[in-house]
Design a protein around this ligand. Structure first.
Ligand code: LLP
Length: 420
């Protein structure tokens, strides 16, 4: 994670001090490194250069327009899950014909919008959805390109809220029913079969799980290809990143090399265009959340550091017990360490960023960086406790840009109008 590094004991992002950003923009604030995102994207491209492929960035991970634009300029397609995401991608300069539309609950008006814009493919998750897409396409006098999302029933170790590849999950169509649902799709006049998709979950660190999914799906893919013609296979996203000691180790656990070693050859053998849908891998370690300590508090059994960011700004620790490193912007040798909980101001005991974490002693007024917050950070933020959403900043080299201004109290009431 070399885009974030200490220089003269001050934490920098690329060539700018994070202290300077905190001073100018205030806290809490998300800060992203453009170079880190570009590097990850280019690394991915390189790993699969020998394959006809398209990287469809999973927009849900971070949908700031500046980041979408940056990835569109790098040549990314997009995996979208709502009309709103497609709207943002198009606003940022992305191409609809490089977008796939996933999700179990697509609305007719979203399907219509996506068809009008010329989406590359709908990744369909149920028989009923096939009928709805067929109907909407009939109304528009067009043919909708579809892929079925097939659930390979692979047990990929991850948090249970983000495991998707087992039959007990709501996602996809089971392997046993795949052929009959393809037959159903082939019989609908306003649908065109274009691909087959899978996605086994998120934050997966075992390369073998991806290899297993490809292996389990290969006979089906070849059969469907022969019977109906297929243009692409999408392996989905889910490549896990490192959340521990991120300033020292850029990569650990699942590296892109390990992932490619598992899947490259079996994917090549399919003779299809291959889509990947990474989200976290591209942006997770390219962002931090800056937050400032407000108070210290001690009970007979605990020490607390209360900071100005809360679970409404970054919900991953509360929701998935996600681990994020917390580091001071000012590194001091000889600082005493202590075990402490880092908590936010929100009125819930689940509002924490770290529990019993060994951290250097921090005083009120000091700003820290919560690391690896580039994916599923801002996009999952809420107004809970009537807290305005934080600012977002994008850095490249010596340049910084506020790419989303901090919300104000006025923003909290604007949409409620005067009807109260
Ligand atoms: N494709 C599909 C169909 C997906 O559902 C997802 C993520 C992705 C791609 C991208 O997965 P990634 O490469 O980012 O792992 N909020 C959770 C993660 C939810 C993931 C949902 N689906 C978290 O903060 O860990």
């Amino acid at each position: 994670m070399h885009s974030f590094h200490y220089s003269n004991n001050i934490l920098h992002v690329e060539e700018i001090s994070l202290k300077q950003i905190a001073c100018e923009v205030g806290t809490p604030a998300y800060v992203y490194s453009a170079s880190a995102i570009k590097n990850s994207f280019q690394k991915f491209q390189k790993a699969f250069v020998s394959l006809d492929h398209l990287i469809c960035y999973a927009t849900k991970a971070n949908s700031n327009l500046a980041i979408l634009r940056l990835l569109a300029q790098e040549g990314a397609g997009f995996d979208i899950v709502s009309g709103g995401e497609l709207f943002k991608v198009l606003r940022a300069g992305g191409r609809a014909d490089q977008c796939t539309f996933a999700g179990v609950g697509k609305l007719p008006h979203e399907i219509e919008y996506a068809l009008e814009q010329g989406i590359y493919c709908f990744n369909v998750e149920s028989e009923e959805e096939l009928d709805v897409i067929n109907e909407v396409a009939r109304g528009l006098h067009c043919v909708a390109p579809i892929a079925l999302r097939i659930n390979p029933n692979v047990d990929a170790p991850t948090h249970r809220y983000i495991a998707t590849g087992k039959n007990k999950n709501k996602f996809g169509i089971g392997l046993d029913r795949a052929e009959s649902v393809y037959a159903q799709a082939a019989a609908l006049p306003h649908l065109k079969i274009r691909g087959l998709q899978t996605h086994i979950g998120s934050q997966i660190l075992t390369a073998g799980s991806f290899g297993e999914a490809v292996k389990k799906l290969t006979p089906l893919i070849l059969k469907i290809k022969k019977e109906y013609g297929l243009e692409f296979f999408s392996l989905g996203g889910g490549i896990g990143i490192n959340y521990q000691n991120v300033l020292e180790n850029e990569e650990s656990g699942l590296t892109l090399e390990k992932y490619a070693t598992q899947v490259l050859q079996p994917l090549k053998a399919l003779g299809l265009r291959i889509l990947f849908e990474p989200g976290r891998f591209l942006v997770g370690n390219a962002g931090v959340l800056l937050t400032t300590a407000l108070y210290r508090k001690e009970t007979p059994t605990k020490k607390f550091l209360i900071v100005d960011a809360g679970m409404n700004d970054l919900i991953r620790p509360a929701l998935y017990q996600g681990h994020h490193e917390i580091v001071p912007l000012q590194r001091q040798e000889n600082r005493a360490f202590e075990k402490i909980d880092v908590v936010g101001p929100v009125c819930e005991s689940g509002d924490f960023f770290a529990e019993d974490r060994l951290l250097p002693h921090l005083e009120p007024g000091e700003t820290v960086a919560i690391m690896s917050a580039g994916a599923y950070g801002f996009t999952m933020a809420s107004h809970y406790n009537s807290r305005p959403l934080p600012a977002e900043v994008l850095v490249e080299g010596k340049m910084m840009r506020v790419v989303r201004r901090r919300e104000t109290w006025e923003d909290l009431v604007r949409e409620e109008g005067n009807n109260f």
